[in-house]
Design a protein around this ligand. Structure first.
Ligand SMILES: [Zn+2]
Length: 452
């Protein structure tokens, strides 16, 4: 902690906020509490009716609603540059016709720009902790971009040593190269700053048995998380059955990929026995409701996973299959899809808000994220004060999930530091970033041999 000229502790006092608070009980309930927040370094150190200390920096909350920074469990930083380049296709065609050729054309510069675009959008929408699913190469540049911003990020290079051909063939690596890259990234970044490394097979169709077993052994030996896609689309499940002659989760289990540190993105098509298998394994589910809608994949049984005690985080997935990276959008879609699937009220707004805050943080094993408590990291989202578009505040979960959008976000604090003010990034020059992205995207399309 640095000392001010007066010798007082270098702290910041946010006065006059209305802070989101979880109420204890059988079900998840939220309420707002008038409070001041004291922040020292990157932590919340006091909450309540607080008198300013000598030398303390004062910030007026002006009755703003303060939410914890949002947590997203599944985002592809490397695909943000591809937004609008892969619309209106089902999963397998979306991958083979667009995403794999585009990922194969990535270079170090385009990965870096795509990471900055992602961070710009995530922070603007209040996401302050994320698990990212990257491409085969150059993931060190995504780690570096997250480290420079101070993002809490779990990232991994995509493992892919089979299943691609034609113009995408260059995307695949050998299993030896995949493990070399994985080891180098884990050595360089795991457990440092706010970063962690996850072993990240794309899905069971993209890895040989040799690589799957070696990668799982590496994860277990190093105590690393595993992050993969599973059971997303019916056509994918049919290919898995044809290749392995067994069910998807059986394949993952036999490979050593299904356990308490495993996060499974999607899990749209899982029968009750499979759901129980996920619960018994201790694995987590990463729900991507907007991507599931846009790719026509289906509605995941999130209510049932929740009932079984499976930890759930939400994620925007990739910009080319969403096409936004906003936690509030995902919360709204998740609640609405469960209403569509099982009827309104059984997986209500409070569950959705929980899954982009404390619940999502629990799913990602980030105990100091997703809540506003003494000792938590000072990741905060402050909404615009007195916004008539928000409606009644009697039920804050309803308001945040069903009415509030990213345009309502005024200030974002990342580890106590303002990274968004008046809804604008203080980290990135938005215009410059857009111009660099356009130039980089044009070069990438040229390398991929695509006109658009
Ligand atoms: Zn994904």
């Amino acid at each position: 902690m640095t000392a001010t000229p007066s010798g007082a502790a270098s702290t910041t006092l946010w006065r006059g906020l209305r802070v989101l608070e979880r109420r204890d009980g059988d079900d998840v309930r939220f309420a707002l509490r008038r409070a001041d927040l004291r922040i020292a370094a990157d932590r919340i150190v006091a909450i309540g009716d607080l008198a300013p200390e000598v030398g303390e920096r004062l910030c007026e909350g002006d009755d703003r609603i303060a939410l914890p920074g949002f947590v997203q469990g599944h985002v592809h930083f490397c695909q943000t540059l591809f937004r609008g380049l892969a619309d209106d296709l089902p999963l397998l065609e979306w991958l083979s016709q667009r995403i794999w050729p585009l990922e194969a054309a990535h270079d170090e510069e385009s990965i870096r720009v795509s990471a900055e675009l992602t961070l710009h959008e995530l922070l603007g929408g209040g996401t302050t902790a994320v698990m990212g699913f990257e491409t085969v190469r150059h993931t060190e540049h995504t780690f570096a971009a997250c480290r420079e911003v101070g993002m809490t990020a779990i990232l991994g290079n995509c493992l892919m040593d089979t299943g691609v051909s034609g113009p995408s063939a260059a995307l695949a690596s050998s299993s030896r190269e995949a493990m070399r890259i994985s080891t180098e990234l884990a050595d360089a970044f795991d457990g440092r700053d706010r970063l962690a490394y996850a072993v990240t097979p794309r899905f069971v169709l993209s890895v040989t048995e040799e690589l799957a077993h070696e990668a799982a052994a590496f994860a277990h030996a190093r105590g690393l998380r595993i992050h993969t896609h599973a059971c997303e689309h019916q056509a994918e499940l049919a290919l898995v059955r044809a290749r392995f002659h067994r069910e998807y989760l059986d394949v993952l289990a036999a490979q050593g990929m299904l356990g308490p540190r495993t996060s499974l993105a999607h899990c749209v098509h899982v029968d009750p026995a499979g759901r129980e298998r996920i619960a018994a394994s201790g694995a987590r589910v990463l729900h991507c409701p907007n991507a599931n809608q846009k790719l026509g994949s289906g509605i995941a049984p999130i209510y049932d996973y929740d009932e079984r005690g499976i930890p759930i985080a939400l994620g925007a997935d990739g910009a080319p299959c969403n096409n936004r990276l906003c936690a509030l959008d995902e919360a709204r879609s998740a609640a609405r899809l469960q209403a569509m699937s099982i009827g309104p009220g059984r997986w209500p707004a409070a569950r959705a808000l929980h899954s982009i805050t404390a619940g999502g943080a629990e799913a990602l094993e980030l105990p100091d994220c997703g809540r506003i408590e003494v000792g938590s990291r000072a990741d905060l989202v402050l909404l615009r004060p007195a916004d008539p578009d928000h409606g009644a505040e009697l039920d804050v979960a309803s308001m945040v999930v069903y009415a509030v959008g990213r345009e309502s976000i005024d200030v974002v604090l990342l580890g106590g530091r303002e990274v968004v003010r008046d809804g604008r990034s203080l980290v990135f020059d938005s215009r410059d970033l857009a111009e660099r992205a356009a130039r980089t995207r044009a070069r990438l399309l040229s390398r991929a041999g695509l006109s658009r």
